[in-house]
Design a protein around this ligand. Sequence first.
Ligand code: DCP
Ligand code: CA
Ligand code: CA
Length: 405
Amino acid sequence: MADQIILHVDMDAFYASVEIRDNPELAGKPLIIGSLPTERGVVATASYEARKYGVHSGMNIKEAYRLCPRGIYMHPNFDKYRAVSNQLHGIWNDYATAAESIALDEAYLDITETAGDWAGAREIAQTIKRRTREEVHLTCSVGIAYSKTAAKTASEEKKPDGYFEIRTPEEFVDLIIDRDVRALYTVGARTAEKLKRVGIATVRDVRDRQDEVVRLLGKHGTHITRMAYGIDDRKVVPYDPLDTKSISRELTFQEDVSDFGLLDDVLFLLAMSVERRAKRKGLHGRGVTLKVTYADMKNITRSRIVVSSDSAATIWQEARDLLGQIEKRPVRLIGAGVYNLTGDDGWQMSLEDYLEESIDEKQQIIDDKLAELGERYHLDFAGNLDKIFSGTTLYRTAEYMRKHR
Ligand code: DCP
Ligand code: CA
Ligand code: CA
C-alpha cells in the first residue's frame, strides 16, 4: 500500500462558473468577475472563454477591458461563493480522514485509509467529480498522488473537468523536469526570479545545480532540491485552531449569558480587536473562527474559509453567522479569531482591498454597529475605541454591556 494517497480538488473558474450556473445566459460568453471596467480594481477570475483573450486573475481591470472589451464584467458575490464552498466541503469531508482547505474552492484530502489503494482512490475521485456535478452543478479538477505537491500538479494537469494520477516520485519528476521551477509549488515569483538571474530556470537546472540552489536560498533551497526529486512527505494538516498563524480574542463573562443579542454585540468588539492585532502582526487571515464555551463547560469551535478576513466587518459577519448556527444555551466564554492556512501567497487580500466600494461598505457596517451599540448601552465609544479594541478595556466594556442590556 502507498504511504499516503492524497487527493487535491480544485474548482474550475470558480466564481465565474457559479455565476454561469445561476444565469445560463452567461454560458459560452467571456465573463470577468472582479471590478467593473469603470472602476479601479483587478480581475478575480475569468471564464475560460475570457481567458482566450489573455484575461487572467490578478490582472488590472483596465488591461482586461483592453483585451476583451466585449466581455461581461461583474462584481463578485462572496456570500454566494462561501455558501457553495461550504456545500463542497461537505462533499469532500465524506471521503477524507483529514481535509486541508487552502481556498474557498480548493482542498487537500488525505484519502489513504478511505481509499485503501489506487483503485479505491480513483473511485473516490470519480465520485467527488460526479457528486459535484449532480449536487452542486459545477465541475472540478481532481488529482490523486503520493504527495501534496504531486496531487496539486495532477489536478492542474487536465483542467478543466480534469482527472490525473501521479503515483510515484519518478512519474512526478518525468512530468515536470523540463518545466519552469515554479512547477515546484513552493517556488514563488520572487524566488523564481532569483534563480533565473543565475540561469536556473527549470526543474532540471535545480537538479543539476543543487549546491548553488542551497547556497542561494538556504533552507528553502534544500526544500526545493528535494521537491525536484519528487520528495515531499508533508501531511494533510486539518485546520488547527491552535495554529500559531492564528490570532484570536476571547472573554469569559462574570455570569453566563443566554442573550444571543448581547453575544452578537460582544462578538463585534472581539472582531474589532482581532482586526487590530492581525493588522499589527501583518497577518492576512483566510479563515474566521468562533469559539464558545457553554455554561456546562462544553467547548465548540466553528470556522469558515473566507476570501479575506482582514476587516473587522468581515470577521464579525462571519462569526455572527456561525453564532446563529449553534445551540442556544447559556454561554460562559466567547471568542473570535482569524487564521491563515497557507501563509501569505499574495492575492487573497488584494481583491477586496482593490474594490473601494467594498471598503466603504465595510466602514459603513462598522459605523452603523457602533452607533447602534452607543444607543443601546448608552455608551460613548468615540473617545474610548482605541482602549476597547486594543483590549485594555474590552473585558470591562463587555461586562458593562452585560449589566446594562
Ligand atoms: N481569486 C481571486 N484573485 C486571484 C485569484 C483567484 O479573487 N488573483 C478567486 C477567484 C477564483 C477563485 O479565487 O474563482 C479560485 O481561484 P483559482 O486560482 O483556483 O482560479 P479559478 O478557480 O477561477 O480557475 P481555475 O479553473 O484555473 O482553477
Ligand atoms: Ca480553481
Ligand atoms: Ca483554487
